[in-house]
Ligand binder design. Structure first.
Ligand code: AMP
Ligand code: GLY
Length: 409
């Protein structure tokens, strides 16, 4: 198959790697220096690139083009596209929309209200604290993973509402705010290939959201992942499929939304009950870097089938473990300086370095917050982990930072 992957981050490099490894001809748009070694990096608009390169399948990586309707545009030009249209992508673009879908579908989720002004938001937060709850304040729109404030006190909640609705710290994304009850318990995400009302979930990968060891410091896009995750019970995954995925897909269909793409649900298990925190409409990053290392062949065929609306054939999942450690620039998740020269020494077997924020200038330099996902497999998590960290040790650039406790005990 000829497969075009839209995007240029670590997630897209991992998808390109999987497809190339399974014998497909792959192009990336725009791709990155990592994809350039195994695929063609294309330029131009997605429609131009698709018309010139004529892929059998297009996979859209990031949420922004999906939200902007790229899948609709490419489908109406006759291409087979894995990724929801703008209608389905609202599940990620608007937390207010996704909460209302969850409510209509009867999906277990934290009680919540949606607000447009700071006074009613504060009144609602006060009423929740008055009955012994804590709250989480969320910018409804896309705030690059930063628009969620988990609050211990009413003062923090009021300050968060003020920051979003009055000071407009996230601009338009924070003009609508969702306040929901804070849940407690183990958290996991499920990445599910969806074709209308049929679906199949990829193996669960654990993400590490905070920048610092021991889950300290600010939230990031994700600093590392591993799979399989022993702590996540099979019955929780089954519950997530029965109580979250099935009803939401039914509700989307009732609304005339033909969802064909990845649906990523963020879940939290409180008192044995699986609750849905949020949806994303794309593959996770860096979950994908780990998951791609655990799949056998067949992913491309399965998602092409889903993209055509013909159902989903399960993909072989290998028994071995996989661990990915993200290497980031100095300053991440805040502002970073780009253009620092990178050297990569010799890598152990079974290590793949996925590029996320690199560029050629003319040699390899940093060009973003998250620079690499260093990914390894092994017979056990411990073996994969020690290989991944050996891989990290082979990388050098000024100010590099990474967590030392990914997949640790
Ligand atoms: P979200 O972008 O909605 O997934 O939120 C980001 C992170 O905030 C999640 O991964 C959780 O760790 C935390 N979070 C979100 N909603 C809640 C909630 N209702 N209760 C507790 N933590 C939450
Ligand atoms: N790693 C979390 C995400 O992709 O949103």
């Amino acid at each position: 198959m000829r497969i075009l992957v839209v995007g240029g981050g670590g997630r897209e490099h991992a998808l390109v790697w999987r497809f190339a490894r399974d014998g497909h001809e792959v192009a990336a748009l725009p791709g990155n220096p990592g994809t350039a070694t195994i695929a063609a990096n294309l330029t131009g608009t997605p429609l131009e690139a698709a018309r010139n390169w004529r892929p059998d399948l297009i996979v859209i990586g990031p949420e922004d083009p999906l939200v902007a309707g790229l899948a609709d545009e490419l489908r109406s030009a006759g291409f087979v596209v894995f990724g929801p249209g703008a209608d389905g992508a609202k599940l990620e673009a608007s937390k207010a929309f996704s909460k209302s879908m969850m409510a209509e579908a009867g999906v277990p989720t934290a009680a919540a209200g949606t607000f447009f002004d700071a006074r009613s938001a504060a009144d609602y937060a006060r009423s929740r604290f008055a009955i012994g709850r804590e709250v989480v304040v969320k910018a409804s729109g896309n705030a690059l993973g930063k628009g969620v404030v988990v609050c211990d006190t009413l003062d923090e909640a009021i300050a968060a509402c003020q920051m979003m609705l009055v000071d407009r710290a996230y601009g338009e994304a924070g003009d609508t705010v969702v306040i929901e009850d804070r849940l407690r318990g183990p958290e996991f995400s499920l990445l599910t290939i969806v074709s209308g009302d049929e679906f199949w979930s990829l193996p669960v990968a654990q993400d590490y959201k905070r920048i610092g060891d021991g889950d300290t410091g600010p939230n990031t896009g994700g600093m590392g992942t591993y799979s399989p995750v022993a702590a996540i019970r099979r019955e929780w995954v089954a519950d997530a499929e029965d109580r979250v995925m099935r009803p939401v897909l039914r509700r989307l269909a009732e609304q005339g939304i033909a969802y064909r793409g990845m649906l990523f649900s963020g879940l939290m298990v409180q008192d044995g009950e699986v609750n849905c925190l949020e949806f994303n409409v794309r593959f996770g990053d860096p979950e994908t870097q780990t998951i791609m290392r655990r799949l056998g062949s067949g992913l491309a065929e399965s998602i092409a089938e889903a993209a055509r609306g013909d159902g989903v054939t399960p993909v072989e999942v290998r028994e071995h473990a996989a661990v990915t450690v993200v290497v980031a620039s100095e300053g991440y998740p805040g502002a970073v300086e780009k253009g620092r020269p990178i050297t990569i020494g010799s890598l152990p077997d079974e290590v793949v370095v996925f590029h996320a924020g690199t560029a050629m200038a003319p040699d390899l330099v940093t060009s973003g917050g998250r620079v690499f996902g260093v990914s390894a497999i092994g017979d056990s998590i411990a073996e994969a982990r020690s290989r991944a960290y050996e891989g990290v040790d082979a990388i050098r650039f000024e100010g590099m930072q990474f967590r030392r406790d990914i997949a640790g005990t």
